[in-house]
Design a protein around this ligand. Structure first.
Ligand SMILES: *Cc1c(COP(=O)(O)O)cnc(C)c1O
Length: 471
């Protein structure tokens, strides 16, 4: 399988190359040249497989020759062996129609672990084959950072520089990053919002002065391997509720559009999905784009669901590429317009494909404000005794508002453990979630981080001073 850029002019790469590159050199995102497809019989035969085996089966067509099937299975077994639940991503029933897919049983309590535990092992595997040491540069609105740091801390031939918007991540999130003292981990608190931090990271990928000296890699969901790993749990959940005979719907708390794009990929691969419900908080650019075709960024409003406090959703570009007939030159021009004005209209082809009968008609969307979020937490607690984190609660709000027929199960992706956002949960329910034993002493551990202004030159200078150059 080879990988092409959404902007049409970067060289095609194999899976190993796309994993190490992250962002493409033309500013685009890598996608497989075509979607592999499973038949209904092949999907039916996956029912009941242990998670690590299912993961290897679903991902093998994307990995191609970069790993043997046996090696891929060894890596998935190792990655998912670190999860605190045997099912890795267990399903929990809330009522006759609604289910939670618990994605937070990894080491840092959010769904990002599912992909990043594997990505850390893939980096180690591919870097062990020679080539340049890797300098990972990422921005986090909270959960990516801790999951990525856990996945690469102490690994050979890789340094990680993780930016977070100063004061805008929860205490638990910050400490999960800053208390990892491995020498290859560099935490940077920058002034400004997540979008500002992410814009600096994107700029570095296009900065020849940096990319010629350092092999810069990505752990944000611009990295294809992350999305690939997330496709697996859509299969896992649907198979448990009757796929491929019965369709299911998914509600996905959405920020950067990575997680829900993985659901779109699952559908392209043949998994019967009734609906993908994109749930946003008041930072609702995606809800507006999906309902009106207007993709224009406002300013970020901080909420109790900080991992969704995003105005520019990087992975939406992948969907636009697929919907617009995979025309890289046209998309490059469209994105250049967006980058100049922070606004764009979807093209007629992109809109037609989002509507009934189109390739992506499976999407709908909903937006939840703070009251909707709190009401959703209370509803789940009253209905089933489950405590939800704010992101998951927004997903469940959208799931219940979507009007899906009662014969179709609706699965809300539970993207974080409630203890990761204890204060917001306590405000909504009066219940204070308890930190799981595996991170119980977090507040006693020493922290290490540096603070930088929201200034690209200062960031580049800091990284150039501390990273290991090519060669
Ligand atoms: C990252 C994150 C999201 C958003 O996921 P995207 O792939 O960026 O859309 C939602 N909830 C939580 C808890 C997250 O950490």
């Amino acid at each position: 399988m080879d990988y092409i850029s959404t902007r049409g002019s970067a060289p095609a790469l194999d899976f190993e190359g796309a994993t190490l590159a992250g962002l493409a050199s033309d500013g685009g995102l890598y996608l497989p040249r075509e979607w592999p497809r499973f038949t209904a019989d092949e999907i039916a035969a996956m029912a009941g497989l242990p998670y690590a085996e299912l993961a290897a089966r679903v991902m093998q067509p994307f990995v191609g020759d970069s790993l043997t099937p046996q090696r891929l299975l060894e890596l998935t077994t190792q990655a998912y062996g670190r999860f605190a639940h045997n099912a890795v991503t267990p399903l929990k029933q809330l009522d006759e129609q609604h289910w939670l897919l618990e994605l937070f049983h990894g080491p840092t309590l959010a769904f990002k672990d599912v992909a990043l535990q594997l990505l850390g092992l893939l980096f180690e595997e591919f870097l062990g084959r020679g080539g340049d040491p890797l300098t990972i540069v990422g921005a986090t609105s909270g959960d990516t950072g801790s999951a990525a740091i856990d996945a690469v801390a102490g690994r050979a031939r890789v340094d990680i520089f993780m930016l977070h918007p100063k004061g805008r991540v929860s205490d638990v999130q910050r400490r999960q990053m800053t208390t990892v003292l491995a020498p290859n981990v560099h935490n940077i608190a920058v002034s400004g919002t997540f979008d500002d931090a992410q814009a600096m990271v994107k700029r570095m990928f296009g900065d020849a002065g940096m990319t010629s000296r350092f092999a810069i890699g990505a752990v944000n969901s611009i990295n294809w391997a992350r999305l690939m790993a997330q496709v697996v749990y859509y299969f896992a959940a649907a198979l448990q509720l009757g796929a491929p005979q019965r369709k299911v719907a998914f509600a996905v708390p959405t920020g950067n559009f990575g997680d829900v794009f993985a659901g779109y990929v699952a559908a392209q691969m043949g998994l019967p999905i009734e609906r993908l419900i994109v749930a946003t908080n008041v930072n609702d650019i995606l809800h507006r784009a999906l309902t009106t075709g207007d993709y224009s960024a406002g300013t970020v409003t901080p909420t109790a669901a900080p991992s969704m406090d995003i105005q520019v959703s990087s992975n939406f570009e992948r969907l636009l590429f697929d919907l617009g007939g995979r025309d890289g030159a046209a998309l490059a021009a469209q994105m250049a317009g967006f980058e100049a004005t922070r606004a764009m209209q979807l093209t007629n082809a992109q809109r037609a494909n989002l509507r009934e009968g189109g390739a992506a008609a499976l999407f709908s969307s909903a937006r939840a404000d703070a009251n909707d979020m709190a009401a959703s937490i209370r509803w789940a607690f009253d209905a089933s005794g489950e405590l939800l984190d704010p992101h998951t609660a927004i997903g469940l709000h959208a799931a219940r508002a979507a009007g899906i027929g009662r014969e179709t199960p609706v699965i809300t992706l539970a993207t974080a453990h409630p203890a990761k956002f204890r204060d917001a949960v306590e405000r909504a329910t009066g219940q204070r979630p308890v930190l799981p034993a595996r991170i119980g002493d977090l507040f006693e551990r020493e922290e290490r981080l540096v603070e930088l202004p929201g200034d690209y030159a200062a960031l580049a200078a800091y990284i150039a001073k501390h990273a290991v150059p090519r060669g």
